[in-house]
Design a binder for this molecule. Structure first.
Ligand code: ZN
Ligand code: ZN
Length: 426
C-alpha cells in the first residue's frame, strides 16, 4: 500500500453502536438498579461467554425459529469450528448448568445476567446487531408462584427505572401433552387459509403454524384471529398452573390481560408466556418478554430440570426509562507554579483516599483561566494553591455552587466536602 493514499476512516461495524460516557452513565445506573433488585430476590450473576458452539443455539432455540434460520452471527474460526455470537442468553445458562453440574446444588437456582447479544438482522432504527439484554432465569421450581414472582420482580425494576404505563400480557402455551393436539388443529386451519397468508407465514403453516401469530402483517393478523387458540386445548395440569399463576398475580396486585395469541418467538416455551409492553410504544414493542421452558434442560441432554425466565432489551428499556443521573461532584485544582503543582498532586492523593474525586490538569494556567476551566467542567469545588497557601500549609476551597469559601488543611477540607456530599444526598 502506498503511504500517500488518504487514510480511510474506520467506523463501527454496521448495526453496532458506541455508548459514549454521558450515555454510559444512564446504562450504569439502570444496570446497578437491576442488580440491586435481582439480588433482593436471591438471584446471583452467572457470566457465560459471548461466543458459543453453533449447535448450542440450533438445539436450544429451535431449528425452525427465525433466530436460527435468518439471524445468527455465525462463522468458522481458525480451528475450523463453527462458532456463534450468542443471539440470546438462555441456552448458554443451560449449557453452564449441565457442564458444571449446578443441578446438584440445592434448588431452585436463580441467576441473572446483563450483556451484549448478537443477531445478524437488517439494522433499522432502534434495532442493532449488537444489542444488550438484562436476563434472569430460575431453574428447578415448578410452582406457579415463581412465575408470578418474576413478573412482580420485572414490575419492580420498571418502576425503579421510571417506566410508566405498562401493560402485562399473559398466556399459557401448554405442554408436551396438550400442545400436539392443538398444533394439529392449528395447522389444519392455517393450511386451509394458506392462500391469504404472506409468503413467510405460508412456510410457517407447514413448519410451525404457532409462529403465524407473531407475524406483523395486517392480513395475516386478521386471518390468524380466526384460528383456534391454545387456551382452549390446555390439559388439566396446564390449566391449573395458569389459574394459580393468575391468582398470584392478583395477590401481588399486578394488572394483566390474558392474550391468547401470545406465543412468544421461541419454540421452547411451555405453560407460562408473558410480555410487558409500554403502552405508548404499541403492542409490538415489548420491553420485557419471558416464559417457562420446562423441557429445555432435558432436551440438551441434562437432568429433568424445569426453568423460567425473562429478558429485557436495554436499548428499548432506556428509551422509555425516566431516570436522572446525579451530577458528578469533583474538586478542580487551581494552582500557580511548579511547587504548587507538586503540592496539588500530593493533596489529590490524600483527598482521593477520602473518596473524593479530584481533577488535576497539567497545562500551565493563570488563576483566571483555572476558574473559567473549572466553570466549564462544572466543578463543584475549586481548591486554590498559590504561594501564600504553600507557605501556610492551609488551602483555600471555593464552593462553586453556593459561592462560599473555606480555609483549612487537606483533611479539614476533605471533611467539608464530604459533609456537603452527605447533606446533598439526604
Ligand atoms: Zn399441558
Ligand atoms: Zn405473515
Amino acid at each position: 500500500m502506498s503511504s500517500d493514499q488518504p487514510k480511510k476512516e474506520i467506523s463501527a461495524i454496521k448495526g453496532t453502536h458506541d455508548i459514549l460516557p454521558e450515555e454510559a452513565r444512564l446504562w450504569q445506573l439502570a444496570e446497578a438498579r437491576a442488580r440491586e433488585i435481582f439480588e433482593l430476590y436471591g438471584y446471583r450473576e452467572l457470566r457465560a461467554p459471548v461466543i458459543e458452539p453453533t449447535e448450542l443455539f440450533e438445539k436450544g432455540t429451535g431449528a425452525s425459529s427465525d433466530i436460527v434460520t435468518k439471524e445468527m452471527y455465525t462463522f468458522v474460526d481458525k480451528g475450523g469450528r463453527s462458532v456463534t455470537l450468542r443471539p440470546e442468553y438462555t441456552p448458554s445458562v443451560v449449557r453452564a448448568i449441565i457442564e458444571h453440574r449446578l443441578d446438584l446444588q440445592s434448588q431452585p437456582l436463580r441467576y441473572y445476567y446483563m450483556g451484549p447479544m448478537f443477531r445478524y438482522d437488517r439494522p433499522q432504527k432502534g434495532r442493532y446487531r449488537q444489542f444488550h439484554q438484562i436476563d434472569i432465569e430460575v431453574f428447578g421450581e415448578k410452582d406457579p408462584a415463581v412465575d408470578a414472582e418474576i413478573v412482580e420482580m420485572a414490575h419492580r425494576l420498571l418502576a425503579r427505572l421510571g417506566v410508566e404505563d405498562v401493560l402485562t400480557l399473559v398466556n399459557s402455551v401448554g405442554c408436551k401433552k396438550c400442545r400436539p393436539a392443538y398444533g394439529q388443529e392449528l395447522r389444519q386451519a392455517a393450511l386451509a387459509a394458506r392462500d391469504k397468508l404472506c409468503p413467510d407465514c405460508q412456510r410457517k403453516a407447514e413448519v410451525n403454524p404457532l409462529r403465524i401469530f407473531d407475524c406483523k402483517n395486517e392480513v395475516c393478523r386478521q386471518v390468524a384471529s380466526g384460528f383456534p387458540l391454545i387456551i382452549d386445548f390446555l390439559c388439566a395440569e396446564c390449566r391449573d398452573h395458569f389459574h394459580k399463576f393468575r391468582e398470584y398475580l392478583d395477590l401481588y396486585g399486578i394488572e394483566y390481560r390474558v392474550e391468547p395469541t401470545l406465543v412468544r418467538g421461541l419454540d421452547y416455551y411451555t405453560k407460562t408466556a408473558f410480555e410487558i409492553v409500554a403502552e405508548h410504544l404499541g403492542a409490538q414493542n415489548a420491553i420485557c418478554g419471558g416464559g417457562r421452558y420446562d423441557d429445555m434442560v432435558r432436551e440438551f441432554g441434562g437432568p429433568d430440570l424445569c426453568g423460567i425466565g425473562f429478558a429485557m432489551g436495554l436499548e428499548r428499556l432506556l428509551s422509555v426509562a425516566r431516570i436522572q443521573v446525579p451530577k458528578d461532584s469533583f474538586v478542580y485544582f487551581a494552582y500557580l507554579g511548579d511547587q504548587a503543582k507538586k503540592e496539588s498532586l500530593r493533596l489529590a492523593r490524600v483527598l482521593r483516599s477520602e473518596g473524593i474525586e479530584c481533577l488535576v490538569e497539567f497545562r500551565d494556567r493563570g488563576m483566571k483561566a483555572h476558574f473559567s476551566r473549572a466553570n466549564k467542567l462544572g466543578a463543584d469545588w475549586v481548591l486554590i494553591i498559590g504561594e501564600d497557601e504553600l507557605k501556610k500549609g492551609k488551602y483555600q476551597l471555593k464552593d462553586m455552587v453556593n459561592s462560599r469559601q473555606f480555609e483549612g488543611s487537606a483533611l479539614e477540607l476533605a471533611g467539608i466536602i464530604k459533609g456537603k456530599k452527605i447533606l446533598e444526598i439526604g
